[in-house]
Every structure is written in C-alpha cells, then in structure tokens.
Design a protein around this ligand. Structure first.
Ligand code: ASP
Length: 346
C-alpha cells in the first residue's frame, strides 16, 4: 500500500484539545492554533504540507450551530482542490452532530474529512490530543497505489478508532474512549499500524466528481424522549408546536412506546396533520423494529416512520438536510427510510 504523504488542511474550531486553564476563574478557555503546533511538533514530520484555518472566535462545541457547519463545509469546498484531506479539530460535546451534518451536506466527497479532538487539553502531559491529532493527519493523508485516498468519508477519529461520522456518538465524558459506533464496525483501528477495514469504507463511483454543498438546512425538528410519567399537556404542546415540522421520537428498546390511549391519539393526530415523526431507539445499540411488539406496531400504524439503527444525532442532521431540500413532507419521509450516506443499516 502506498501511503504517500500529501497536503492537509487543519480546520481548528475550538474544543478542549486547544484549551488551557484561565488563571483567574480556573475554567478552560481556547488558545490559538500556533500554540497547538508548538505542542505537537510531530505534525511537521508528516504531510508535505499542513496548513490551517482557524475559526474566529474559537468555540466550545456546545456553541456549535448549523451556521458553524455551513462555515466548515464552505471552507472545505473552497479549498477542496488544494488539499488531499481535511482534519477538523472540534470539541467532543457536539462532534457527532457536526460529523453527521457534514456527511449529508458534502455531496460527492472523494477526500477524507476527519473530525478529532481530545478529553484533555493538548498542553497537559497526559493529553490524548496528540495521538488523536497525529493519527488523524496520517489517516487524512493516506492513499492507495492508485493515488486515491483510503477513507473518502466524513469520520471521527478518537482513541485509536476511526468511525463513520454519522454512526458515532459520544458515550463518555471522562475516559479517553469518548466515542463509539455501536451499530457499525470501525473503519480503521490504530495500533502499531493503522488497519483499515477497507471493505466497509464508502468509495465514490467517480473519483473525479465535483464536490457540491447542501447548505439549506431546515432546523424545525424537535426531539421527544419517551419516559414513564409523561404529561399529556406537555406532549400535546410539543407535538402541535408549528415549529416542529418533524419530531424524533426517542423510544424504548426496539422502538416501543406506551399504549396509553391519550398518547397514541396525539401521535396519530400529529401524523394525520402531516408531521414527520421518526422512531429512533434510546438504546445505544440495536435497531428499531416496529413489527416486533404490539406497542411498536401501534406507532407504525399511526404513521410513525422507522429510524432503523440511526443515532439521534444522525437522524437530526438528516432531517435538517432533507427538509431543507424539499417542502413536501411525504418526500422527506420516503427519503428518511433510505440509506443515503451509510447512516442506517438498510
Ligand atoms: N466542552 C468541550 C467542547 O465540546 C468538551 C470537549 O472538547 O471535549 O468543546
């Protein structure tokens, strides 16, 4: 395998990786990119060229908004021909949302877009940020004998695992293994070598196709997590809220919800009024199957659509993207149950 090193653009958005402790209030605040390079001189040994683009202001990823995704996507498009791969340094809190969103917003991707960050700031001796950054740069620049990049996908690299972005979720706020991809195998694992799981990495039909952007996002989506003791008034207000064009219903297990009459009536009424209601499980792993239990079947009979084994982050990003493309809710529902970017097992 030819792993010719090439040119990489590092897009630094913020996050713990580039933060240090403020001496006044002890909270973590971002520092600038030159300090990251100072902390990780190894970067210079890698690619022929590593350039950077820094967000201004740098942000804690809790402040990420769809406008930030548009900024990331636009930079990638603008610089697309000049680089072989892109590494996005990003806070961990919303990294799975951003990676999911970019997987839908970037159409015709033939180059790697690797999100990474860290649990400990890069200036701290035990930081996980150095390895995450160095391996991400290596993955973003890796090519095969024909000169094609090995991972032309939007991914998250974290703690030696490369995951499909729209399959990943943050599972831990403390340990270094902060992300998992419970319903899809890792695309690569880094040990002494980086072992790529090439058979499952998505490849473009045409390596020379142009990249196009979908930046029209319709964010009128609400997330309703089912729980014992739900209040009819709250649920009713949420389902009838006009700003919720779509609702992600986070259900139990294989897609189940209570059979209570008031609840089912509200769901059926919302579906009849044209709302898009998508069933996604609260479980970390596994899929929604609304034909397995009577409780699930009543939801599907009411018009709820199957989110299969989607993460909530990916279902949200997919709805933003599809609703931004088309005002017709029936079209959105049909597209939601299709596998567009490897986000569901279907
Ligand atoms: N709050 C930080 C962020 O998401 C946490 C992190 O980077 O790990 O930006």
């Amino acid at each position: 395998m030819n792993t010719t090193k090439s040119s990489i653009l590092l897009i630094y958005t913020g996050g713990t990786i580039g933060m240090k402790q403020d001496i006044n209030d002890q909270t973590l605040k971002p520092f600038d990119f030159s300090q990251i390079v100072e902390e990780v001189p190894e970067i210079k040994k890698f690619a022929l060229k590593v350039d950077s683009y820094t967000f201004s202001p740098l942000i804690d990823s809790s402040d990420i908004e769809p406008s930030s995704w548009i900024e990331m996507a636009r930079i990638i498009q603008e610089k697309y021909d000049n680089y072989d791969g892109f590494v996005i340094l990003h806070g961990t809190d919303t990294m799975a949302y951003s990676a999911s969103a970019l997987s839908f917003m970037l159409d015709g991707l033939t180059k790697p877009v690797i999100f990474t960050g860290s649990q400990l700031p890069i200036g701290v001796p035990r930081t996980d940020g150095k390895e995450n950054l160095i391996s991400s740069v290596e993955i973003a620049s890796a090519k095969d004998e024909e000169g094609h990049t090995l991972v032309p996908e939007v991914c998250i690299y974290f703690d030696s695992l490369l995951m499909r972005g729209n399959r990943s979720t943050k599972v831990n706020a403390e340990v270094f293994r902060a992300f998992q991809s419970p319903n899809f195998p890792y695309l690569a694992e880094a040990g002494i070598d980086i072992r790529y799981n090439s058979d499952i990495i998505r490849k473009p039909l045409d390596w020379y196709q142009n990249l196009s952007l979908n930046t029209n996002l319709d964010t009128r989506v609400g997330i309703l997590k089912i729980h014992p003791g739900m209040n009819p008034k709250t649920v009713s207000a949420f389902l009838s809220e006009p700003n919720n064009r779509a609702i992600i219903l986070e259900t139990y297990g294989a897609g189940n919800a209570p059979m209570t009459k008031w609840f089912l009536n509200l769901i059926a009424e919302a579906c009849a009024n044209g709302k898009i209601i998508v069933n996604v499980t609260q479980c970390l792993g596994g899929t929604v199957n609304m034909n397995l239990y009577a409780n699930g079947k009543t939801l599907s009979d009411a018009g709820v659509i199957n989110g299969y084994d989607s993460t909530t982050e990916s279902a949200l990003a997919k709805l933003f993207f599809l609703m931004g493309k088309n005002e017709d809710n029936n079209w959105v529902k049909q597209m939601m149950i299709r596998n567009l970017k490897g986000e569901i097992s279907k």
